[in-house]
Design a binder for this molecule. Structure first.
Ligand SMILES: *Cc1c(COP(=O)(O)O)cnc(C)c1O
Length: 389
């Protein structure tokens, strides 16, 4: 090899061994499905906490905003700063309580905050007064979630105290359902708890619905909906899943192929022994990348359009799958962990069921160092870490 060829051989950017593809067309499709479900006056708070459920905070937020989403729902002040630095000017609603030292940054960056106590309102009021601005807060009522929010019996008294804070403006009243995906009656009961207090906050906008609740009952749409999962094309209820398109695929590569004899053990703990002589492929993915160890001996991956079973324990950066049924498979062959190949599909819900968890955890667990490739995106981020095609 000449020096020149040698040099260009090594300077070519290596292709990733595992990557995530995110489809902007499918995202816009899901947004349209959500819009059809809500009245014209209802605004969407698109929830992009936890790196947009593992899809990438900034690229997803840009695309959502470009597609007409009014508000972004986030978890903390770091996300406010990241989104403002990315040039996003839309309202940002922080869904988690803030800590006192965070109040000035929240106000300076014009973020809204869900508030569950008088103290939070007081800290925000102080910061707002100091900066000559108004703090916009959404008061949350704990109608049964047992996490954030004022308990209903204290709500009116606390709200009256908050109304006296001169630099605080109450932008909405909200609550959060604990089992909209599984229990219709319990959800309705929480809704009725909120309605009991409604005469005390007449005229204020209301929001209650997450993805599951929005498709349970259309009256839950109110003035805003706070939806995450459905925009990413997933749903806790199967009827809803069929209306949506998952926007993420997760792929990796075959790095080694070998033939092993009957009874040969596979992976740590020898939890699997081959029932017959088999062709085994080693794939470049493991629990260190976010492919859960609880998928050991349970999940499938797609290679050449066929379902190939994961054999033995998932290791930190490798898994073994049985490819005996494939007529051909080469080193470097693409394997689909989540997504579609040929006629077969594996979605995050399937992996979640096998792993004994929920699709939210499957998605947010995919390690952030795995490159995300954005396809059919209308918006562009200039950050070099985002790959657009
Ligand atoms: C995460 C979250 C949501 C979004 O829930 P999905 O099930 O993803 O639609 C809505 N509201 C609150 C308070 C949340 O924390």
């Amino acid at each position: 090899m000449s020096y020149k060829n040698y040099y260009s051989f090594f300077s070519a950017a290596p292709l990733p061994r595992s990557w995530v593809e995110i489809d902007g067309q499918a995202l816009r499709f899901n947004i349209r499905v959500a819009r059809k479900r809500i009245p014209k006056k209802t605004k969407i708070i698109a929830v992009v906490k936890s790196d947009a459920y593992g899809h990438g905070l900034v690229p997803i937020s840009r695309e959502l905003v470009q597609s007409g989403i009014e508000v972004l729902g986030i978890n903390n002040v770091d996300e406010v700063i990241e989104l403002r630095n990315a040039g996003i000017q839309n309202p940002l609603l922080i869904l988690c309580p803030i800590l006192p030292p965070e109040a000035p940054l929240v106000i300076a960056n014009n973020a809204w905050v869900v508030v569950s106590s008088f103290n939070e309102a007081k800290w925000l009021n102080q910061a707002a007064e100091h900066l000559g601005k108004k703090a916009i807060i959404h008061l949350k009522i704990d109608t049964g979630m047992g996490r954030l929010g004022f308990i209903p019996s204290n709500f009116v008294k606390e709200m009256e105290k908050i109304k006296k804070l001169s630099s605080v403006c109450i932008g909405a009243v909200c609550t959060h359902f604990s089992q909209a995906d599984t229990d219709i009656e319990a959800t309705e009961k929480q809704w009725l708890e909120l309605l009991k207090l409604k005469e005390h906050f007449k005229g204020l906008p209301i929001h209650v619905a997450n993805s599951a609740a929005l498709w349970r009952k259309s009256v839950y749409a109110c003035d805003y909906v706070r939806i995450g999962l459905a925009l990413y094309g997933l749903a806790p209820m199967s009827f809803l899943r069929t209306l949506l398109k998952p926007i993420m695929s997760w792929k990796c590569k075959v790095v080694l192929i070998k033939e092993l004899p009957k009874n040969h053990p596979i992976s740590y703990g020898s939890t699997y022994r081959l029932k017959k002589p088999s062709k085994i492929a080693v794939l470049s993915i493991g629990y260190g990348d976010g492919y859960l160890r609880s998928l050991s001996n349970k999940a499938f991956v797609l290679i050449k359009g066929k379902r190939c079973p994961v054999r033995g324990a998932v290791t930190m950066n490798q898994i073994m799958v049985d490819i005996s049924e494939l007529s051909s498979c080469k080193i470097g062959e693409e394997a689909v962990l989540i997504g579609t190949q040929g006629k077969e599909s594996i979605n995050a819900d399937e992996l979640a069921k096998l792993a004994g968890t929920i699709s939210y955890e499957i998605l947010t667990n995919i390690h952030s160092n795995i490159p995300r490739q954005y396809r059919h995106f209308l918006s562009r981020s200039n950050a070099s870490v985002h790959y657009y095609e």
